[in-house]
Design a protein around this ligand. Structure first.
Ligand code: HEM
Length: 533
């Protein structure tokens, strides 16, 4: 039998059972005689196999493949004139950050260079709780109606019968939901295949609110601009890397940080007052649109720097380190005072969806895990549940009815946070009418994608876009899907559609029949709120 020291780790740790009892021989099993069956009393052996059987938790339903690191966010320019949010109160404020990047559609073993948006999820640990910025690397999104999300995602996943990705269902869905045009134009440009996770920008996509104590607010869009620039791969490079090194993104970021070449981003905000929003050409809550920089300039806010690789990827990025069954759980609903969501229905749905999936995948106490836990003490009435290792001691588990904000007893107290809850309802009323029918398609939906194609992209960008789309759409079998998709691109730009048609050997197509811009809901006055999205 080898000596126990053989199993001592570099740090001097001695091999033990999960309850900490030292074990001399990891391969020894208790059995009847020398050749008989094993004994139920052998806790070491049963514990070993039982834990192994449970090593996997369900992977994220989207964004399953990822990479992450730690670092900091530092405010360089305060926003105290527009918000009472303490994180942005003064230049020099610095908080610890954890970031997880990801692809969206593929499984956790899929290629880092797949054509896909990238997730850019940031956890900022502030003195007022954790602020999660769960962003993407594109400024816009495919949908503005949250009920479409599961349908849309299913078209990016595997066919129920063939278990294959399917170009027909991909384009069948998209061509019939043309509010996706802006995002698709970006996705099928070389920005759809970034060169690694750390060489790309990040965007809030959604409009959030920066609020002041008096209840006034401005709308905001947040941009993280990579200091090293947004680097991309072309289709051929990305495809080759997907075969040669599917973990290219994980590896290149780990090696950059390890070599002291710390990735960094300059963080900017665009802001818009409620009055400006009412005169904005687009609906301020429509995340398929960007805000023109000339009208809404980029205002510098701070720096995000990643300077620390995780010691244990599973523990610090995928999961946390105590019970081997939790992960770094990001949610747009993890917000701090005076940084608030808007009524954007997609954002509103996300506020529910993320904590819901965390409870399903990780358990109700996921926020107590070290990687997720706020740096400030948590005091509330959420008690017990599985894997609870901080059940708030002897503090009473109910809220006094004497005053709605304060509970006092000889066993401790929870004081309500003193915050001014006054809000102007005038603008909210306007919003009630503004997102009446978010799926209605008008010419407005094609203005920005068309301008991107004609005015922003270079000839090379346009060539790549055409060949990238043609390469994918050419794989669709249905002539109807192809024809509809060509109409969709004709609505963006007729010459773009004609070039794609030529490349895939299909007849040219006319633009989709859509309502004129003047009929867009944004321009109609006096509509009441409706559940019809
Ligand atoms: C991950 C739902 C739209 C960014 C996820 C996850 C769910 C989800 C269930 C998995 C979370 C987990 O298991 O930890 C939704 C729904 C959406 C939506 C229902 C719309 C109705 C968006 C948008 C963005 C976004 C618009 C960006 C602007 C992300 C990111 C992650 C993620 C970055 C990965 C977070 C991580 O690294 O843990 N989403 N999502 N999602 N989503 Fe969304």
């Amino acid at each position: 039998m080898p000596s126990p020291q053989v199993f001592a780790a570099k740090d001097g740790a001695v091999y033990t059972t999960s309850n900490g009892a030292p074990v001399a021989e990891p391969y020894a099993a208790q059995r009847v005689g020398t050749t008989g069956p094993l004994l139920l009393q052998d806790f070491h052996h049963i514990d070993l196999l039982a834990h192994f059987d449970r090593e996997r938790i369900p992977e994220r339903v989207v964004h399953a493949k990822g990479a992450g690191a730690h670092g900091y966010f530092e405010v360089t320019h305060d926003l105290s004139d527009i918000t009472s949010c303490s994180l942005f109160a003064a230049a020099g404020k610095k908080v610890r950050a954890t970031v997880r990047f990801s692809t969206v559609g593929g499984e956790s073993g899929s290629a880092d260079t797949a054509r896909d948006p990238r997730g850019f999820a940031i956890k900022l640990r502030t003195e007022e709780g954790n602020l999660d910025w769960v962003f993407n690397n594109t400024p816009v999104f495919f949908i503005r109606d949250p009920a479409k999300f599961p349908h849309f995602i299913h078209t990016q996943k595997r066919d129920p019968q063939t278990h294959l990705k399917d170009a027909d269902m991909f384009w069948d869905y998209l061509s019939q939901n043309p509010e996706s045009a802006h995002q698709i134009m970006i996705l099928f440009s070389d920005r759809g295949t970034p060169d690694g996770y750390h060489n790309m920008h990040g965007y809030s996509g959604h409009t959030y609110k920066l609020v002041k104590a008096d209840g006034s607010f401005v709308y905001t869009q947040i941009h993280l601009i990579a200091d090293g620039g947004f680097k991309t791969l072309d289709n051929a490079q990305a495809g080759k890397l997907a075969g040669d090194n599917p973990d290219y993104g994980i590896q290149s970021m780990f090696e950059a940080i390890d070599a002291g070449k710390f990735p960094s981003w300059t963080v900017y905000v665009q802001t818009m007052t409620p009055e400006q929003a009412e005169n904005f050409r687009y609906n301020v809550l429509d995340l398929t649109k960007v805000w023109p920089h000339k009208d809404y300039p980029m205002r510098p806010l701070g720096k995000l720097v990643l300077n620390e690789n995780p010691q244990n990827y599973f523990a610090e990025i995928e999961q946390a380190n105590l019970f081997n069954r939790f992960h770094a759980a990001f949610s747009p609903s993890h917000q701090i005072p005076y940084f608030e969501p808007t009524a954007d229905p997609v954002l509103q749905s996300r506020l529910f969806s993320y904590p819901d999936t965390h409870r399903h995948r990780l358990g109700t106490n996921y926020q107590q895990l070290p990687v997720n836990a706020p740096i400030v003490p948590v005091a509330n009435f959420q008690r017990d549940g599985p894997m609870n290792f901080s059940s708030q001691g002897a503090r009473p588990n109910y809220q006094s009815s004497i005053t709605p904000l304060t509970y006092l007893s000889n066993k401790g107290s929870i004081n309500g946070a003193a915050r001014d809850r006054e809000r102007s309802i005038k603008h909210e009323n306007w919003l009630g009418g503004a997102f009446w029918d978010l799926s209605e398609i008008t010419e407005l939906d094609f203005e920005q994608p068309g301008a991107l194609y004609r005015n922003v992209m270079s000839d090379v960008d346009r060539d790549h876009l055409v060949s990238n789309i043609a390469g994918h759409l050419g794989g669709a079998k249905s002539a109807e899907v192809k024809a509809r998709t060509l109409s969709y691109f004709a609505s963006v730009d007729q010459s773009l559609s004609d070039r794609i048609a030529k490349a895939i050997g299909a007849p040219t197509a006319k633009p989709l029949p859509v309502k004129p811009a003047s009929e867009a809901i944004r321009f109609r006055a006096g509509l009441g709120a409706s559940a019809n999205l």
